[in-house]
Design a binder for this molecule. Structure first.
Ligand SMILES: [Zn+2]
Ligand SMILES: [Zn+2]
Length: 342
């Protein structure tokens, strides 16, 4: 008997090829009435300079240090770092039941702009290139510590994401162990490379560009799309068109192309619900000081929590905490909405 399964109508699960995990998609629930939380939005009337902001140029931070009058993106070591560089090495293990090991690291803060009132989509392409230049410089500097095995570059944007300071900034946490998400993606990319002798994301991106169903931005060297396995309603992934293992290998042209991609993507996000769109975003790339990783392909994830307005967000609760991630609107619907706004 011929299958009547229709991916546009019927509940199904999709495989996240980067992690090996599944996501439940329930397209039939799209028209369900919403009776959830409605929040009152704070009005954005931030000044260009805020005397009380610890990230603004010339201001004093919690530990007493004074920010320079920086004009380009500026980095410093987090005054409240979650990871510290001088932790003694060691581990404990009781009957393989209580296991712990020491973790060392360095946490940096990256101010994207001296302007307190701007966000990434407000910056020009050249100003975003300056941010990428600083990411590159920081990556190179941190890599020099041979005990650092992974460098996580990320941005937490918006109060809804727990970001307390609206000054445009991101963070870099580097650690002496390879973090959980990177371990998963390394394993999946290795398996694919062993089988096909090609990068997993190279083949995936080629297929996506050919289908052109989930692509949001298509620049010369990078593309942004809603991944087939997206969990968050408007989740996207930015992938380099050729296999680049990490940010230190970007050329000047790559940086221009990535900046143009990020600007278009974050502008579309802001237009979607007419709000400064909150998200957690971050770069995934090969580990450092960890031998050769022929499988690794640079990419960047955007995980935004908003679901259907500036005030209605998706919660990862219940079934999702206990069993499996789930989504109602399809990745194809989300991609269509975003693409209209680019
Ligand atoms: Zn500020
Ligand atoms: Zn990733």
């Amino acid at each position: 008997m011929e299958s009547t399964f229709n991916i546009k109508e019927h509940p199904h699960r999709r495989l996240n090829i980067l992690t090996g995990e599944w996501v439940l998609v329930s397209p039939h629930r799209n028209k369900r009435p919403w009776q959830g939380k409605v929040e009152i939005l704070p009005v954005n009337n931030r000044p260009a300079y805020d005397a009380n902001c610890y990230l603004c140029p010339g201001n004093t931070r919690a530990d007493g240090s004074v920010n320079p009058q920086y004009e380009k993106p500026f980095a410093f070591t987090n005054d409240f770092s979650a990871l510290l560089p001088d932790v003694p090495e060691g581990n404990t293990n009781e009957n393989n039941l209580l296991c712990a090991e020491s973790e060392k690291g360095i946490c940096r803060v990256i101010c994207f702009s001296p302007r307190h009132d701007l966000t990434l989509p407000d910056l020009s392409v050249n100003e975003i290139v300056e941010v990428i230049n600083l990411w590159q410089d920081e990556f190179e500097l941190l890599k020099k510590h041979k005990w650092i095995k992974y460098i996580q570059i990320f941005e937490n944007k918006g109060e809804i994401m727990g970001c307390s300071n609206p000054h445009p900034h991101g963070q870099i946490w580097s650690s002496s162990h390879i973090p959980v998400e990177i371990e998963k993606e390394t394993k999946q990319q290795q398996l694919y490379f062993e089988q096909y002798h090609k990068s997993l994301l190279q083949d995936y991106l080629e297929l996506e560009l050919q289908l052109n169903e989930r692509v949001v931005v298509n620049e010369k060297h990078f593309a942004a799309l809603v991944p087939y396995w997206a969990v968050w309603p408007y989740e996207t992934i930015v992938i380099s068109k050729r296999q680049i293992k990490d940010i230190s290998l970007f050329t000047e042209e790559d940086k221009q192309s990535l900046a143009a991609t990020l600007k278009q993507l974050t502008q579309a996000y802001d237009k979607l619900f007419n709000t400064s769109f909150p998200y957690s975003a971050g770069i995934h790339q090969q580990p450092v000081n960890n031998g050769e990783h022929i499988e690794w392909h640079w990419h960047m994830h955007f995980y935004p929590p908003l679901l259907r307005s500036a005030t209605v967000k998706k919660f990862m609760v219940g079934y999702e905490m206990l069993a499996n991630a789930q989504r109602d609107i399809t990745p194809e619907f989300a991609a269509e909405r975003l693409r209209e706004l680019v």
